[in-house]
Design a binder for this molecule. Structure first.
Ligand code: NAD
Length: 530
């Protein structure tokens, strides 16, 4: 019998589900989170605890929880849970990130129409000020307008489907989804964010908050947009820079905005509250009765699966065993993660299949290496920790199938990990090894041989193997004050195509990349951060 403790209110459907399990003994006390001492007293008896954000699942609690196997967070954020301590103790933490997809989608539609038609302002004018002011509230129609969706995942794609029902033209920017996903829905996927910024009448962001998406929309991006654009952020505070949005609303460049999420919440003194033509809500995107029910059912099922040893879809941590074998594998895991990071920044983000080839004796269990690769590959795209348990699910969600191939013999090196990304655009291959059992090295890129330490910033270049290219490159980088720390060239045959890697000390500005692309002998250039 599994003893499950629920310390906060969750929707009845989840409680019913747990109550009906023959192998579960449930204690449901929705007010218990107010009495932490009592929780500490009883926790040693329980196999699972389900909380919302009010119960501190901290070191003190976890130390006493001798039988605890799983912590369920009925919702998304896990700030109240000490993930490291749980991992160390082999306790799995699960959450329910998909329960509120429709709630957030519908809130976006509501906010979009409200911003286009100024509904909250008209409501306030009539109800609170008792004014019959019809001329003042002139709006714009959605029909015929272009909606630009940044981040075409669960919510973004559903917003797209609904916008099409309003006769909007929908375009999307998401470098990490398969083209077919958008095409199937009649949505045009653009490869360049600038194109979306220039073409859209309304822009809505639906990405996670990552290093790449924080401040994705600033003054510079807003300047590229149409005059009178409408902007929406129902995703995460900080994707659109708040001060720059405020200024653009004041100047009228942005006609209206709708925002549900803020960099600091509660956001009762946020600068955006003083902006004209903005519609704000206090992070209620997920607040529907239905979504609360979904979350409760998802978390109940996740906890049951974890207790019974079945597959868990939404693991937030990965309890680990610090074995000797894991220590030997560590430098290869570092390499695998770097190969993932490299791959996602070149052509691999739209891959259909990624083949991970393990050559030589890399141990019995390849899972840690594959997970480390996926960690590097996915961590720029998602805002949750990628781990042993959730990595395969996350890859599947992106429509990527991962194939592991093991070969007993190495090539050139005794042990080698080689990655091949297969997409409609062709194949990309990168391989690496570990030198002196300590130092990860990239040894091959698309058939060209290298000896590269995978760290820092670099430019990956494909060019014609003719004299003078390096000089031209060097003078452009010099002009933009970019110091070259190292340079390697790989070629298969003299006078044909060559591949070059330039290690640089600082970021190469987009203008410099533009000039490099204009060198006639240069076929491709890509900046990569490892
Ligand atoms: P998702 O993971 O299904 O989709 C996110 C998409 O963003 C993915 O397709 C990913 O490829 C894409 N992406 C990642 N980095 C990108 C980049 N640099 N440029 C362009 N696209 C990028 O997530 P989801 O469930 O659709 O949630 C989207 C956002 O909405 C998240 O930030 C989530 O926290 C937020 N959310 C808010 C509320 C609310 O209450 N307002 C409720 C639910 C979700």
């Amino acid at each position: 019998m599994y003893k499950v403790l629920v310390t906060e209110h969750i929707a009845e459907a989840g409680i019913e589900l747990l109550r009906n399990q023959p192998d579960v003994e449930l204690t449901y006390d929705p007010e218990l989170f107010r009495n932490f001492d009592k929780i500490l007293e009883i926790i040693p008896e329980y196999d699972a605890i389900i909380t919302r954000s009010g119960t501190p699942v901290n070191k003190e609690l976890l130390e006493r929880a001798r039988k605890l196997k799983v912590v369920g967070r009925a919702g998304v954020g896990v700030d109240n849970i000490d993930l490291d301590e749980a991992s160390r103790r082999g306790i799995l933490v699960v959450n329910a990130p998909t329960g509120n997809t429709l709630a957030a989608t519908e809130h976006t539609m509501g906010m979009m129409i409200s911003a286009a038609r100024l509904i909250p302002y008209a409501h306030k004018s009539l109800k609170e000020e008792r004014r019959w002011d019809r001329k003042k509230f002139m709006g714009v129609e959605l029909a015929g307008k272009t909606l630009g969706i940044i981040g075409f995942g669960r919510i973004g794609s559903r917003v797209g489907i609904r916008a099409k029902a309003f006769d909007m033209k929908v375009i999307a920017y998401d470098p990490y989804i398969k083209r077919e996903k958008a095409e199937k829905l009649g949505v045009e996927l653009v490869d360049d964010l600038d194109v979306l910024l220039r073409r859209s009448d309304i822009i809505t962001v639906h990405t996670p908050l990552t290093d790449e998406t924080r401040n994705m929309i600033t003054k510079k991006e807003i300047e590229k947009m149409k005059d009178g654009v409408i902007l929406l952020n129902i995703a995460r505070g900080g994707i659109i820079n708040e001060r720059d949005l405020y200024e653009a609303l004041v100047s009228g460049k942005v006609r209206a905005a709708a925002v549900d999420v803020f960099t600091k919440e509660p956001a009762t003194d946020n600068i955006l509250l003083d902006a004209p033509n903005i519609i704000v809500t206090p992070h209620i995107g997920a607040n529907t009765f239905e979504s609360q029910t979904n979350v409760a059912v998802i978390i109940a099922n996740q906890v049951l699966a974890a207790l019974r040893g079945d597959e868990v879809e939404f693991a937030v941590n990965a309890p680990y065993e610090d074995t000797a074998a894991a220590k030997v594998l560590k430098p290869f895991m570092e390499l695998a993660e770097k190969l993932g990071l490299f791959a996602v920044q070149v052509a691999c983000s739209r891959s259909k299949e990624i083949v991970l080839e393990y050559r030589g004796d890399l141990g019995e269990d390849l899972k840690p290496l594959t997970t480390a690769f996926l960690k590097g590959f996915l961590e720029k795209i998602v805002d949750i920790p990628v781990n042993l348990i959730n990595a395969p699910f996350l890859a599947r969600e992106k429509g990527i199938s991962i194939v592991e191939v093991r070969r007993p013999e190495g090539i050139n090196f005794k042990k080698l990990m080689r990655v091949t990304c297969k997409s409609d655009a062709g194949e990309f291959t990168i391989a690496g090894t570990v030198m002196d059992e300590k130092f990860p090295k990239i040894v091959e890129i698309n058939g060209f041989l290298f000896d590269l330490t995978p760290e820092g910033k670099l430019l990956l270049i494909k060019n014609f193997d003719v004299p003078g290219v390096i000089g031209k490159l060097g003078s452009i980088l010099g002009k933009y004050n970019v110091n070259i720390a190292g340079f390697q060239l790989g070629r298969i045959e003299r006078g044909k195509e060559a591949k070059g890697v330039i290690l640089v000390d600082n970021d190469v500005p987009p203008e410099a990349i533009g000039e490099i692309k204009d060198i006639p002998e240069i076929l491709e250039v890509k900046q990569i951060n490892l």
